[in-house]
Design a protein around this ligand. Structure first.
Ligand SMILES: Cc1cc2nc3c(=O)[nH]c(=O)nc-3n(C[C@H](O)[C@H](O)[C@H](O)COP(=O)(O)OP(=O)(O)OC[C@H]3O[C@@H](n4cnc5c(N)ncnc54)[C@H](O)[C@@H]3O)c2cc1C
Length: 461
């Protein structure tokens, strides 16, 4: 193995730190996965320019040194966590800042290590909305791109892939691929930026992005409704899609155990009583404050009259809006609510079938471990269900539960990772959602772009 001191001499002491440095601890864990005990990274590189990333990768490729790209380490599947293979950690945290906001083109050029919160704030200050939103706002924007993050507003604005106009990335051998387009229409051959989006640092390192901006909404309406069962949720979603058309920006479903956790377990007064079959947070973003609220409320009123919705609360202030969103955002507070450690599942099933699927997951878990505590919630309008199982002495091992649930997802022809990616955690289960031919094509792409296999080995494929 090459001596990392050589790289230090080449790039500079500020860029490469020795493995034993105190900086190392924070690089060994993301929100969901901790590095194995025998993981011994060779060092950590903190490049601050594309040229430095290029020089580091060229040296690593020439010397057969594996590289683990890291963003904000909010990932939940261990994509940025070092494995037992000795590797160089490539932290993008110094490559930070918004380079340009082109108001006329509604486009923002930003460096990889800028956090999602910083991007949202910069867009807001410039009079725009950057609509990607999720609980882990300290994620890097390139981490969001590398995982093709989803979150709360996908049904209106799409996944991260839909919010990217251009990408600059560095290949395993140090070649810089600059596709920093600002235009939506670009049919000049293969859309190369897509190779880097969602590939979790296995095909290249993203260094800069051009993001798509939206006009800032002039109205925002939020409601929480209670319903008897999931078929009523599907009926209510149909009403919202029709009555609120292009304005519907979030439709978050919470089953009773999750609702209890987000309210009473955290000392919050529930805006609607416990005891209903299911709860939905519904949000719109619009451009006419004078009429949008009335339209929003008329859709909810009609659903109450039709018997689909049993009880509803509409937010009347910014504070109430925050309080209702806090219930949905409670996974960030699972520890305080006594629901940690937990094992999370992030799967896709067609929207209309999510209720039946959740019931089958629950029955399956209980048939093995009758006292299991599992919480169900999700971005149901996107077909995305999250299941969080409390890891206590009343349930089996993580592996037993993974085998059980991902096997079921496979039988339902669902997707084992809706938005969190594959990383190391879901790698053994990729076969449940991808055919042999698809997996073979992924391996061909990987070999073509990274022949020596130095980029994030042991992840994804
Ligand atoms: C409370 C909470 C709520 C969350 N909610 C959601 C949600 O609703 N929707 C959702 O999609 N996710 C959610 N997440 C997961 C997480 O925030 C996303 O996956 C996020 O996009 C990861 O970004 P990161 O910068 O933290 O990446 P990291 O965890 O650092 O890395 C993730 C992957 O990207 C690669 N990578 C990072 N930077 C680069 C780069 N510059 N070039 C190439 N590869 C790179 C890494 O190698 C790794 O494979 C949540 C996380 C938390 C903690």
């Amino acid at each position: 193995m090459a001596d990392i001191a050589e790289l230090q001499a080449l790039i500079g002491a500020k860029v490469v730190l020795k493995a034993e440095d105190a900086y190392l601890a924070k690089h060994m864990v993301d929100t969901g996965v901790t590095a194995p005990a025998d993981a011994k990274p060779l060092g950590v590189a903190y490049p601050s320019t594309t040229e430095e990333v290029s020089r580091i990768l060229a040296w690593c490729n020439a010397n057969d040194v594996p590289v683990v790209p890291q963003g904000g380490m909010t990932g939940l599947v261990g994509g940025g966590v070092p494995t037992s293979t000795p590797s160089l950690i490539l932290s993008m945290e110094r490559m930070r800042g918004v380079e340009e906001i082109d108001a006329g083109s509604a486009a923002m050029t930003v460096r990889a290590g800028t956090t999602l919160a910083e991007v949202q704030a910069a867009a807001d200050q410039a009079g725009f909305l950057f609509p990607l939103d999720l609980g882990g706002r300290s994620a890097h924007i390139a981490g969001n791109a590398s995982t093709n993050a989803g979150g709360n507003r996908v049904l209106r604005f799409g996944m991260m892939r839909d919010l990217i106009l251009g990408v600059e990335a560095v290949l395993a051998d140090g070649t810089v691929i600059s596709s920093l387009n600002k235009v939506i229409k670009n049919n000049t051959g293969y859309d190369l930026k897509q190779l880097f989006i969602g590939s979790e640092g296995t095909l290249g390192v993203i260094t800069r992005l051009v993001l798509k901006l939206y006009p800032k909404p002039r109205s925002q309406c939020l409601g929480l409704v209670a319903l008897d069962d999931y078929p009523a949720v599907v009926e209510f979603l149909g009403r919202c899609r029709e009555g609120l058309s292009g304005q519907l920006s979030a439709f978050e479903v919470m089953w009773p155990g999750f609702y209890r956790t987000g309210t009473v377990a955290l000392g919050r007064k529930p805006p609607i009583d416990l005891g209903y079959g299911v709860y939905v947070l519904v949000e719109t973003m619009g451009s006419d404050p004078d009429t949008d609220q009335a339209r929003f409320e008329s859709v909810i009123d009609a659903a109450i009259e039709a018997g689909a919705v049993k009880e509803a609360v509409v937010a009347r202030s910014g504070q109430q809006t925050k309080e209702i969103w806090a219930i949905r955002d409670c996974p960030g507070e699972f520890t305080a609510a006594g629901h940690n450690p937990q094992l999370g599942f992030d799967v896709s099933i067609p929207t209309a079938k999510i209720g039946d699927f959740a019931a089958e997951v629950d029955a399956l878990l209980k048939s093995h471990w009758p006292e299991v505590k599992a919480l169900y919630f999700g971005h149901a309008a996107d077909g995305n269900l999250h299941v969080s199982v409390h890891l206590d002495d009343k349930v089996g091992t993580e592996e037993e539960m993974d085998d059980l649930i991902y096997g079921l997802v496979g039988r339902w022809r669902g997707v084992i990772s809706a938005e969190h990616g594959i990383g190391v955690h879901k790698r053994p289960y990729l076969k449940h959602s991808r055919s042999e031919a698809e997996l073979a094509l992924m391996r061909t792409l990987k070999r073509a772009m990274d022949p020596k296999g130095i980029l994030n080995p042991g992840k994804v494929i």
